[in-house]
Design a protein. Sequence first.
Length: 437
Amino acid sequence: VTIDLDITNSANDRYIIHNAASAAAVAKLGFSLPGPYQQVMFSVEKCYTGCGWAAYAYINSWMSVYQAQYYFMTGVQVHELGHNFNLAHSGGLDGATYTDHTCMMGNPLYSDDVGKMCYNPAKNWQIGWYDDRKDTFAPPADGGYSSNTYRLVGIADYPNNHPVVVKLETGTTNDYFVGFNRAAGANAQNDEADDEVTIIETGNNGEGYSQSFLKAHLIQGESYTITNFYNSGKDLVVTANTIDLDANPAVATVSLQLGDVTPTDPPTTAPPTNPPTAPPTAPPTDPPPTNPPTRAPTAAPTTAPPTNAPTAAPPTNPPTAAPTQSCSTMDDATCRSSAWCTLSGGKTKTCNSVDGGGGETTPPPTASPGDGGGGGTDCGAFNWKSCPTDGGECSLSGKSCVSSTSGMVLDGCSSISDLQTCLDSGCSWNNGQKYCF
């Protein structure tokens, strides 16, 4: 099928392109999309106009669109399909939109060969795949103290009789979700906090489209505190008591303690009074008058403040396009480290991005301008995940970013002479020549 289009430099042209491709597919197949299929993925051979994106998808829909080489990257596919499944982005401890790299909705992976990774506990609760392995913790109705202990497994061990996610019900629409981020099976290539307990916060009661944020990841013995939990005046402490990777399946034992559950000592009882001793037989003298005993009033018992009733959740609005963060507000350093902005200009630098339009945009790894002299690009400034693969001045060799013209390794791998150090640095090892590249 050949599609002839008049393409301008408008960012909206990408929607014109996929609409034309969809119409051509319908004409060829003889039925409207998605037809008998659950998902339809469009691949555009290259970016013609409005570039700066890797892929985009429609929320709670069947359509996703990929440009150039991004169609074969597993992490990009799982991210865009997540939007089709009504999942929003996942932010990290820094509060940024895409920085929770325990979750595919945080854009952690750009590779053809690396992609065994799933979603975070909040998304696992929402998506409904593990509904028979969920649990919920909420304060008792009487507002008293409460505690519980859970044995959590990772999603790869879902068939075992342990929960994979626990919801911490706050009584509001913003709730917390706890899971064991086991790096095994379908999650073996996880990018952050391997084999740790993760705590995620999100809105919409965890049931609908909502940006989530990583609040903590705990190794064995660490705790995280949520203050004034459920507006109870008590703090909820989440503790990773043990993480046993040798067990089958591997298990994280997590305790939840709301308030101080240490019992109060009962009041002590005064010892009995001995009977009075007989007075001496000396002649009596008039004793000084004894004042009558006084009794201090007993303070009235104090009553704990009432626990506010949970507020009703607002109705869920229809899904909207995913939020877009403005690159123009970033300083140079933040722009360079961003996965979806680019720094351009001469002496005065400008941080730019492309308008996301009506769809959900996934930015590609950002290429930072180097100091290669003569306006060239310093390929060594990129790590193996962010090396441009668009046929420009740099290309990916193993796990090194090299010059496309000379093939020269510029990332410092060649200075490493030890095999283990080479591999730990993300480089590749040529065993025949004992060379790190």
